[in-house]
Design a protein around this ligand. Structure first.
Ligand SMILES: [Zn+2]
Length: 304
């Protein structure tokens, strides 16, 4: 984070591409937005162009993607675009979209990151609100779990374990800064070839191809170009985690650790933490205050 100010994009961005699950071409337009707007999606194709705030309270489903909704407005597969905003420190933006699903692009966040960097990012006249972890909080679902703990900086540590030999057990972690983020932003979503037919029968992944996902069999990667990193799979899971946790509404300051996580676990975790936010999180505008000795009062702003 370059400063403690809120940021928005400097210029309008236009992106179009295939939606992974519907297979249709979708166009999005990203516009600068005022302080304290957050990330707001606007369904330009619906009567009255309804909006939905990208926030944990608006999560509607997590079936292979993260879908938010409010009233008539539903938008799915927001996680990679949300990760691009979070990783680059964009607090406020309006995303106009002419369909129900964000385009998948190449299956990673890199195309969004590239366009945001070209448009530029501008500081705004308001302090950013950080979600500082005050006490450890863990959430389990079967053999999957995710935990946050207090720490002076923001870091993520992730591990996965898949049957396919090309994935297997992988772990990866990083401290959040722009350079480190760029090396997860380009990591693509993935699936097993056996799941492709199952998803299509369920009416999902109709736009999926080797151009927008890594497809593996039990013992090989089917994409002719291979992998972008040997551990691209776990890096992509980390990217999803960054994008989903952005739905808290501001950057977390703390240590995030997760095992076998996915959109469903992230959403359940955030709903649980949001219900206990007064105990677990402090919303802080000036991180200098937080660095006072233990026991001194934390300067918390109003809870959103
Ligand atoms: Zn993903």
């Amino acid at each position: 984070m370059v400063s403690d100010k809120q940021h928005t994009i400097s210029r309008r961005i236009e992106v179009s591409g295939i939606a992974l699950h519907s297979g249709k071409v979708v166009r999005i337009e990203i516009l600068p937005a005022a302080i304290n707007t957050g990330i707001v999606f606007k369904r330009a194709d619906l009567p009255g162009t309804p909006t939905v705030l990208a926030h944990v309270s608006n999560i509607q489903s997590t079936d292979l993607n993260t879908t938010i909704g409010s009233g008539e407005a539903r938008v799915s597969t927001i996680e990679h675009l949300m990760a691009a905003f979070a990783g680059l420190g964009v607090d406020n933006a309006l995303v106009k979209i002419d369909g129900p699903e964000v385009p998948v692009m190449d299956g990673s966040a890199a195309p969004f990151v590239d366009r945001i960097l070209v448009a530029g990012i501008s500081a705004q006249e308001a302090q950013r609100r950080y979600f500082v972890v005050r006490e450890a909080f863990e959430f389990q679902m079967g053999d999957k779990w995710i935990r946050v703990e207090p720490a002076d900086t923001t870091s993520y540590q992730m591990e996965i374990d898949f049957k396919s030999k090309v994935i297997g057990r992988q772990s990866f972690g990083f401290s959040m800064d722009r350079e480190a983020f760029l090396d997860v932003a380009s990591c693509r979503t993935f699936c097993h070839v056996n799941d492709v037919n199952a998803m299509r029968n369920a009416g999902l992944a109709l736009g999926g191809s080797l151009k927008n996902a890594v497809v593996v069999s039990d013992d090989e990667v089917l994409n002719p170009e291979g992998l972008r990193f040997d551990d691209e799979f776990v890096r992509h899971k980390l990217l999803d985690c960054v994008g989903d946790l952005a739905l808290l509404g501001g950057p977390i300051v703390g240590k995030v650790t997760a095992s076998k996580s996915g959109h469903g676990l992230h959403a359940a975790f955030m709903k649980a933490i949001w219900a206990r936010r007064h105990e677990v999180l402090a919303i802080v505008e000036d991180l200098g205050v937080r660095r006072n000795p233990p026991g001194s009062p934390i300067a918390a702003g109003a809870i959103a």
